[in-house]
Design a protein around this ligand. Structure first.
Ligand SMILES: [Zn+2]
Length: 477
């Protein structure tokens, strides 16, 4: 057991899903040919004037509400001065003393235990561009497409004491932002990014140790690992009689180590001052109320609705709501077949299994919720067998199409053909005198053997119930 206790706080940057950038009309979409989505404003030309994107302000207010923050009635913007080639203005328009959101709370669940994480503040700022370092030619290229994309920074209190808590919180924040419709939270595209401030102190001590900041963390897995590695490093530093230095460190996933990037700046290093180009905003109660009322159904409300109104099991509802794309798909499917429990079962059992295996990409589905619902309906009404339903789903995943057509083309229907059923089952019984003997002398277990044989031979042409009935009848003759 370690003699130290880790404490962490997070700074999360999330890009808002607005169509245009925060201070100009350039597209805020991800990607694009480098420097094709820039104008004099977002590339920092002198003499240009930024105009604040109203949608971005709405979105940060929504973010504040979903994290139970106080929304400032008066808010203003400041210049954060620093020089780095990814931000050609040499200052970032951000918010220092009067951010839009203050003092929130977010509930997380870690291994069955509920915990409340406090939010210190959320402010609105502009994103910087991207530098691409070409190691071969030893040059760096600047792409300013990202420059000026609206960004919210969520700053938490130092309320985390394990990597599990950090991950649970990030997963919760991702869901909240996705359901509120304000960020797509694609970590791999950098639309949500997280820095971890981390310190350790002797157990029982009230004081926090010197913190380091971990940057460049681009997956939940990397974050969890970086935290473990950094805690261990700090312990070694202190145990060898040295002191932890306040600095920003980079995590190298391949080597499993953190290395110093630069000494960590304090706020006063940036010489913040009020931005003279963006007027402060005073919100009215009516404006805030209207934004609050426009927030769509959030994850917890959806789980509640699924359990209370649709009768789903809580565990199933949690799985479905845990991925917004799956959740929207479920809602779509239930619109065309009113059997939410059966649809949920098939999503949890079959669809998520294939998602986890990497067979299904929810961002590039070839079938609709209605197609999926129809498949579940065919299964529920004994039109196709379990195993043939899986074949149909596989075909939907691969090539799309309609379940009925696939069943037609591949001859996957249950045929209520009693002659065929009788012929196949009679043959199985005739070929297996020994198990028949066992069954007749009271060994019920061999019934499963006969079911298996019949299923295999009939290839889904008869419903399990029809097979069962006929088998029982024949075996007891
Ligand atoms: Zn622009």
């Amino acid at each position: 057991m370690s003699a130290f206790y880790p404490t962490m706080g997070l700074e999360i940057h999330a890009e808002l899903l607005t169509k245009s950038k925060v201070f100009c009309t350039c597209s805020a979409e991800f990607g694009g040919t480098p420097n094709s989505r820039c104008c004099p404003v977002c590339s920092g030309m002198p003499g240009t004037l930024p105009v604040l994107n109203q949608k971005a302000v709405e979105y940060i207010i929504k973010a504040g509400y979903v994290m139970n923050c106080d929304i400032s009635r008066f808010t203003k913007w400041d210049r954060k001065n620093y020089f780095y080639p990814d931000l050609p203005k040499a200052y970032q328009i951000s918010q220092m003393p009067r951010p839009v959101c203050l003092a929130g709370t977010v509930k997380i669940n870690v291994k069955g235990e509920e915990k409340v994480i406090r939010i210190n503040r959320i402010h609105l700022e502009e994103d910087a561009g991207k530098l691409v370092h070409d190691e071969v030619n030893r040059i760096s290229l600047a792409d300013y497409n990202r420059c000026g994309i609206p960004l919210i920074e969520i700053v938490t209190e130092p309320d985390f004491h394990s990597s599990d808590e950090v991950i649970a919180f990030l997963e919760k924040i991702k869901l909240l932002l996705q359901y509120a419709g304000i960020c797509d939270c694609k970590m791999e595209q950098g639309s949500i990014r997280c820095d971890v401030n981390i310190s350790i102190a002797p157990k029982g001590s009230d004081e926090l140790g010197t913190r380091t900041e971990l940057k460049n963390l681009n997956s939940l897995k990397a974050i969890a690992r970086a935290i473990e590695v950094e805690i261990e490093r700090q312990e070694e530093v202190i145990e060898s009689g040295e002191r932890v230095i306040q600095e920003t460190r980079r995590f190298n996933d391949a080597l499993g180590e953190t290395t110093a990037m630069r000494s960590k700046e304090d706020a006063h290093d940036y010489r913040y001052f009020p931005d003279p180009d963006i007027p402060p905003i005073i919100f009215t109660e009516e404006e805030l109320e209207a934004i609050k009322n426009s927030i769509p159904e959030l994850p917890e409300q959806r789980v509640e609705r699924y359990v209370n109104s649709l009768g789903l099991k809580k565990a199933d509802a949690d799985i479905i709501v845990g991925d917004k794309r799956v959740c929207d798909f479920f809602d779509e499917a239930t619109k065309s077949y009113d059997n939410p429990k059966a649809i949920a079962n098939y999503i949890v059992g079959e669809l998520t299994r294939r998602i986890n295996l990497g067979e299904v990409d929810m961002d590039a589905l070839k079938f609709t919720g209605a197609d999926f619902a129809r498949l579940v309906e065919l299964l529920q009404t004994d039109k196709v067998s379990q195993s043939n339903a899986k074949i149909i789903l596989g075909e939907l995943v691969e090539n799309g199409g309609s379940p009925d057509k696939i069943a037609d083309e591949q001859d996957l229907w249950i045929k209520e053909d009693n002659d065929l059923l009788a012929k196949v089952v009679d043959e199985i019984i005739a070929n297996n005198p020994k198990p028949v003997e066992q069954y007749k002398s009271g060994d019920q277990k061999v019934f499963g053997f006969f079911m298996g044989q019949a299923n295999k031979a009939l290839k889904g042409a008869a419903s399990p119930k029809a097979i069962q009935d006929y088998l029982r009848k024949k075996l007891s003759e």
